[in-house]
Design a protein around this ligand. Sequence first.
Ligand code: MG
Length: 383
Amino acid sequence: MKRKIVILGSTGSIGENCLEVIRANREKFDVVGLSARSNVKKFLEQVDEFKPKKVALSNAGSFLKLKKGLSSGTKILAGEDSLTELVESLKSDVVVSGIVGSAGLIPTMAAIKKGIRVGIANKEPLVMAGKIITAAAKRCKATIIPIDSEHSAIWQCLNGEPKKRIKKIVLTASGGPFMNKSLKQLKNVTPAEALNHPKWKMGNKISIDSATMMNKGLEVIEARWLFNMPPEKIEVLIHPQSIVHSMVEFEDTSVIAQMGVPDMKVPIAYALSYPDRWPASLKSLDLSKEKRLDFASPDLKRFPCLKLAFDALSKGSVFPSVLNAANEVAVEAFLAGKIGFMEIPKLIKKALFSNSFDDDDSLKGIIAASSAAREIVSSILKR
Ligand code: MG
């Protein structure tokens, strides 16, 4: 029987790759729901091809344009809450979340409450509310499968291993486009340079996060919750070739690493096929051509965002949510050309250490802290 799948953020880079995996496995899936923000043109093509029962458009302003273009009998939901409604109202076996940013939190929670398989590529919800999300998954018997390549790697390394014997988790980082730039050079990099990632083709927000290494910081927090690891057992290593996607060291000092070509279709397919593995039409990894694999410790002076993420974890409570929100606003400002690259960590630091947050780590408290952090950074930017 075909599995019913809902894809949140289908016009983004994760969504498109996910649909490509499904295209290669059409006999296995029935796409019942899709969501997008505002790219109506691409969305219409997808709806036409996959004929979902329902779709959601989070930018309600584009509703009429979508309605006019639809030829099939697909039902349209629109507005901020439409993604959650889409997830709640459809019968599904798998939900894949490829939304960008904190907007994914509530729909992801809705998917988890259904007690189904939830593939999470959208790291921000786990950063903000990892404790709540993983507890809900346990309670509702939902299976969270990470799609983030590093976490997919760790998930694979841990398959069948005794969790209590983990010595540490090592997240690898490509280092981004600015790995070899000096602190002085970093102050003058442009958004266009920052968007030009050497190894992974990704959306704008995550590309900037990669350049500042906040992406790795968010992934450390994500790993903390996905694998129930204390921060001191999570390490980051720069690995420019992006072949080793992450590794786990066990108490006997054995290290298990997952390797592969850097293509998001691999972790996406694994999240859908697990515990099986499906044939892929990708080129195999050729280590003889690769010749060398380099590793180095990250430089926290040039990439202070990574340090800030560890700070947020040790502060605990709502602070990962504060870090995430402050980062979202700072990245938007950088992309808009309003601030320099090295202002990003400065703004985040100001929010993180501003002493203006309540210690309420309920979902409501986390969302409130996120809004408060956005406001703090926005008001600094207005000055
Ligand atoms: Mg990643």
